[in-house]
Design a binder for this molecule. Structure first.
Ligand code: FAD
Length: 363
């Protein structure tokens, strides 16, 4: 409901771009069936009505969860895998060694490289700061890393020249994990993906995000990332930033085809950073969050907007950051379908007009 990006987005679009139908229960208890051509409603008395209203279908594809209705079913478009399979390629480099910070050169090279990638290339750039040993946070000393993890739609031939550039870039900085910095070919995406799981047990996590555009990838990006990682290092925090590549097919859907904001529709990367610390140190929450604010704000300034599904909880301009100039239309739809603000959450459409949300149900 907030967009939905993945390593396949640059070839197939966002999750919201692939929704064909939605079933939902509205705030007044009606059951609605939503399609691109209209809305069928069944009210509590069993009376069925059919209209050409597509507003709710539009709002539920980008306008966020917990806001317009309770979705009970999505129908998605499915896609055949490419006949020549998928290429998976992961290559990690040390962020620094004892005497030299490699990160400046790596980010500068990425600034030039990422904008050249064809839409078949999806995936991530993942950066983890170097770490000082800190028994209080359960972290050990580490040189940090910057990793590209590509999932490429189609065969190896087209991918090779791009992958070769990564393989040839300072091979002495590569982390020698088995199977990395070389292409692996799979018949189906799932053959590879089924073995990937998100790590659990994050404790307390502060997350922040910025939607970076093609022109965000310049010296300023290198500076903001290395300064942010440096501040974290000095304070014994170990942030990880995951930049999901967007662009490609995502940019081909008309701006008004869904309610996602322009930053997500036109961007090249959704960059989400996070820092975790143990629950037992909850008294440090405000100190850690304020320490990371400058980095957070500088990253937001570099891009256009913030991804609704992975945002910071501290956002001054959340309406524009999430939805750009679409907010007034979203608010009008909210007022029509949920005039009493039965559904609400932190920084969701109409939430500033709803009664204060109890901390316990902030989503
Ligand atoms: C480890 C991790 C990895 C992630 N990776 C990605 C990624 O690769 N790509 C990406 O796009 N996002 C990613 N996200 C962000 C993810 O898209 C959001 O967290 C998203 O909200 C998850 O949906 P959910 O239904 O599981 O969440 P929930 O937290 O259950 O729901 C999110 C909001 O929607 C509301 N809601 C839930 N169900 C419904 C419903 N049926 N009808 C109406 N409202 C509802 C909830 O009340 C809440 O306000 C990741 C998040 C995490 C934690």
């Amino acid at each position: 409901m907030g967009g939905g990006h993945s390593p396949l987005s640059r070839k197939l679009g966002l999750a919201v771009d692939n929704v064909l139908e939605i079933d939902a229960v509205t705030a007044n208890g009606d059951i609605v069936h939503l399609t691109p051509s209209g809305t069928t409603s069944v009210n509590a008395d069993g009376v069925v009505s059919l209209t050409a209203d597509t507003d709710l279908f539009w709002a539920l594809r980008g306008g966020g969860g917990s806001t317009f209705a309770v979705v009970t079913r999505f129908k998605y478009k499915v896609h055949e895998p490419p006949s020549d399979g998928f290429v998976q390629f992961t290559c990690a480099m040390y962020y620094a060694n004892e005497t030299h910070v490699h990160a400046y050169d790596i980010y500068n090279a990425l600034n030039d490289f990422l904008v050249t990638l064809p839409p078949e290339f999806g995936g991530y750039v993942i950066s983890t700061a170097p770490a000082q040993a800190n028994p209080t946070y359960n972290t050990s000393a580490s040189p940090g890393m910057i990793m590209v993890a590509f999932e490429i739609w189609g065969g190896l031939e087209k991918a090779k020249p791009y992958l070769q550039k990564v393989m040839d870039f300072h091979p002495e900085w590569h982390i020698k994990w088995p199977g990395t910095c070389q292409p692996n070919v799979y018949k189906k995406w799932w053959d590879y993906r089924q073995n990937i799981h998100d790590r659990g047990g994050f404790g307390r996590t502060y997350l922040w995000d910025s939607l970076l555009q093609v022109d965000s990838f310049n010296d300023n990006f290198t500076r903001v990332m290395t300064e942010g990682m440096g501040t974290a290092y000095l304070n014994k925090l170990v942030p990880t930033c995951t930049g999901t590549l967007i662009g490609g097919k995502v940019t081909e859907f008309p701006a008004d085809s869904s309610s996602v904001g322009p930053g997500l529709r036109n961007g090249l990367m959704a960059l989400s950073c996070g820092v975790s610390w143990p629950n037992s140190l909850s008294y440090l929450d405000n100190i850690i969050i304020s320490l990371l604010q400058k980095w957070n704000q500088e990253l937001v300034k570099l891009g256009q907007g913030v991804y609704y599904n992975e945002p910071s909880s501290v956002l001054a301009n959340w309406k524009v950051d999430y939805w750009g100039d679409k907010y007034p239309r979203l608010l009008a739809i909210k007022k029509k379908w949920d005039p009493n603000n039965r559904f609400t959450c932190l920084h969701c459409v109409g939430s500033d007009e709803a009664e204060k949300v109890p901390e316990s149900i902030i989503g």
